[in-house]
Design a protein around this ligand. Structure first.
Ligand code: 5GP
Ligand code: MG
Ligand code: MG
Length: 179
């Protein structure tokens, strides 16, 4: 499969992670989750918009009963000790006593996840873990335990497979990095 560079807005991107590699890494995460959560019926919380493709492919590979709900984080920000904390929007069901697995597209500085976890813990879930398609370990600024990363990448700006650059690029099957 040939992957020519793509132009999005003002920037050029080159192929970085082809679809087959992405899907293989998602299968491995799904297998680990299916093993670890046997008998627990996990509740996945997919953080929109970026995680929609990851959530879809991950769910298809789960071999145990599981539920999914979709949330977004407000653009409204409030200063807390962790920095800018975004409120969770659209969480209708109770997570009390549930085994929650947050599905993220990418953990960069970790600010987003670090702000999200205390809000979830307030609702007394049985457990909370994070599964993310991508993590940039060099950029992490929080002491976060990301138990289920599908792939680790260097500090490059990437698009595709759900991730956007100013609204575009989410539809790409493969992940591209800025040139
Ligand atoms: P954090 O709060 O961990 O610094 O960043 C999380 C958010 O930043 C992600 O959900 C995503 O929206 C955005 N982000 C960080 N790095 C990238 C990247 O390389 N590409 C894209 N498209 N978004 C990114
Ligand atoms: Mg995200
Ligand atoms: Mg974005």
């Amino acid at each position: 499969m040939h992957h020519p560079p793509v132009t999005i807005h003002d920037k050029q991107f080159s192929i970085y992670l082809p679809e087959r590699k992405i899907l293989h890494s998602v299968e491995i995460v799904a297998a680990r989750l299916s093993h670890d959560y046997r008998g627990k019926t996990p509740l996945f919380l997919s953080v929109l918009n970026g995680s929609f493709m990851f959530a879809s492919d991950l769910m298809k590979e789960m071999s145990i009963p599981c539920e999914i709900s979709f949330v977004r984080l407000s653009s409204y920000t409030d200063m807390h000790s962790t920095g800018k904390v975004k409120e969770i929007i659209g969480l209708k069901e109770s997570i009390k006593g549930r085994h929650v697995v947050v599905l993220e597209d990418i953990v960069d500085t970790g600010h987003t996840v670090a702000g999200l976890l205390p809000q979830l813990h307030q609702q007394e879930p049985a457990s909370v873990e994070v599964a993310t398609l991508l993590v940039k370990p060099e950029c992490l600024q929080h002491d976060l335990q990301i138990k289920y990363p599908a792939m680790s990448i260097a500090n490059d700006f990437v698009v595709g497979y759900g991730l956007d650059y100013n609204g575009l690029g989410r539809n790409l099957r493969d992940i591209y990095k800025v040139m």
